[in-house]
Design a binder for this molecule. Structure first.
Ligand code: ADP
Ligand code: MG
Length: 483
């Protein structure tokens, strides 16, 4: 739903376009063999190319190209078999060459489209403008010395995909839904880990306002490097309010680059917006144009995994799940796989219920994610099998599950050890029923004189005597007979 702002002079629409920088999953950098591993000691993963030493030549990493193509395919985008690497010239201390190798006129991926999912269950299509490959810069560190800045070049030269959207996004909720969807797709594809807190995914947020009903775009500002969904939400809220005030007073928005200050909770002007000509883009003379073979692209296409939207639809169709349950289960691939393992051979709706309400609920309580689960999918399936063949009741199953979470033991072991097997043997149950009847002469008399509601009392007593293990259906049957 489009988010609007109410001013004194009328209603304004928020227009947003996002540029997402996603670090590619690859062992080495875009143009060098240095490692990309996160968290290493500063400046231990820097080749001469990454340090910008004179005379060093970049060598393109094929894995990074493959990852970009895979991502493009996952975003339903056009793969450009011919693309070019350009130098984007600017000076920055953490950019030792004085230019960034990027793609400008001819990116590797062209127009695409994705569907975002809103909380109210509606969906919306957002167009992707392009995806291009570029190098990441190093990191300046300003808080280690009172008067000096330090630099860590480990990240310098790591491969990034910049994914640019059309200005189709209408407010903070849609922006977050868009980023979440991109992140989900990239994680499914295995092309980016999407960890915004480690900086492997960050967003530049372009925001403008226009009067409701107007089709032309207003002047935008660009908020750089926003690194969490919460910050995206807050930055858009702040920036759109700020623009509203300026516009309502008859002022103009300056096209500029701003930063989000999460301590002061405000955006601040960093610099006036650079134009493309400021960067003096030109094709990098050290690198040949990139030409892909269509057979190679086709090969990659054939190995794409089932993507979240397809999976969501399949779960609804194949397993009869609600759209809501299905979207919870497909949030990540591991969760979906877990569910499918549990659902194999069992009622899928019961399986979904156990995964969503019991398992995810219990993990959440212990602050664990699915990779740390004490109960494997096979083990949960084992528990469901015991319910299905009437070895235990659904109620006992919950206790068994709690024990499984604590001990990682198999359900059958726990049931065996604790003697939790459901009692279905009529003889045993008859004996319990007899005892209960003998112990409660008053209630028996009342029941016989017409107080039907007391039937439930007798069921309860028998269940209690059996420590919850008697099969309720058999208990009912026997009681009916004996009473
Ligand atoms: P640049 O490369 O200079 O940042 P682009 O034209 O590539 O500029 O646009 C960058 C992003 O800004 C895109 O995601 C685009 O959708 C978005 N954008 C462009 N114009 C507007 C606008 N008026 N309001 C909001 N977003 C915009
Ligand atoms: Mg930009």
């Amino acid at each position: 739903m489009a988010e609007t702002l109410q001013g004194d002079t009328g209603e304004w629409e928020i227009v947003i376009g996002l540029e997402i920088h996603a670090q590619i999953i690859a062992l080495s950098k875009l143009f060098s063999g240095a490692s990309t591993e996160f968290g290493a000691q500063p400046n231990t993963q820097v080749s001469l190319v990454d340090a910008g030493m004179p005379g060093m030549l970049p060598v393109l990493n094929e894995v990074c190209v493959e990852q970009a193509v895979r991502t493009g395919l996952g975003l339903n985008a056009k793969i450009n078999e011919h693309s070019i690497f350009d130098r984007k010239n600017y000076f920055y201390p953490d950019l030792p060459t004085g230019y960034q190798i990027s793609q400008f006129s001819d990116p590797i991926v062209g127009e695409g489209i994705i569907e975002i999912d809103m909380e109210d269950g509606t969906t919306k299509e957002i167009r992707i403008t392009r995806l291009h490959l570029e190098q990441d810069a190093g990191k300046s560190i300003h808080d280690m010395h009172p008067s000096k800045s330090y630099i860590d070049l480990n990240r310098s030269g790591c491969a990034l995909m910049e994914i640019v959207s059309e200005p189709d996004i209408r407010g903070a909720d849609e922006a977050c839904a868009y980023i979440s969807k991109i992140r989900m797709i990239l994680r499914y594809l295995g092309t980016c880990d999407g960890n915004m807190d480690q900086g492997s995914m960050r967003a530049d947020v372009n925001v403008s306002l226009r009067r409701k009903g107007v089709t032309e775009l207003g002047t935008r500002t660009e908020i750089k490097n926003v690194n969490s969904l919460k910050a995206v939400q807050q930055a858009i809220a702040y920036e759109s309010r700020r623009q509203l005030e300026v516009l309502e007073e008859g002022g103009e928005i300056k096209q500029e680059t701003r930063l989000w200050d999460s301590d002061k909770m405000e955006t601040r002007a960093m610099r006036s917006k650079e134009e493309a000509h400021d960067y003096r883009y030109f094709p990098d003379p050290d690198l040949l144009p990139l030409n892909l073979e269509s057979a190679w692209v086709k090969e990659i296409k054939e190995t794409l995994p089932e993507l979240p939207d397809q999976k969501k639809k399949r779960f609804v169709k194949e397993f009869g799940l609600s759209l809501y349950d299905s979207s919870i289960l497909i949030t990540d691939r591991a969760r979906a796989d877990y569910f499918e393992t549990v659902a194999t051979g069992h009622d899928p709706k019961i399986a979904a219920n156990w995964v969503i309400n019991e398992l995810l609920g219990a993990l959440n309580k212990q602050d664990l994610d699915l990779t740390q689960t004490p109960v494997s999918a096979q083990q949960l399936a084992g528990l469901l099998a015991l319910i299905q063949d009437n070895t235990i009741s659904g109620k006992i199953a919950k206790d068994v599950f709690a024990e499984m979470m604590d001990t990682s033991k198999d359900a059958s072991t726990i049931v065996e050890d604790k003697g939790l097997k459901q009692v279905t043997d009529t003889g045993t149950i008859e004996a319990l029923v007899d005892e209960v009847i003998a112990e409660n002469p008053d209630n028996l008399a009342a029941y016989k004189s017409g107080k039907d509601r007391l039937f439930g009392f007798f069921v309860g007593q028998v269940m209690k005597k059996s420590q919850g293990k008697a099969n309720p259906a058999v208990v009912n049957e026997v009681l009916k007979e004996k009473l």
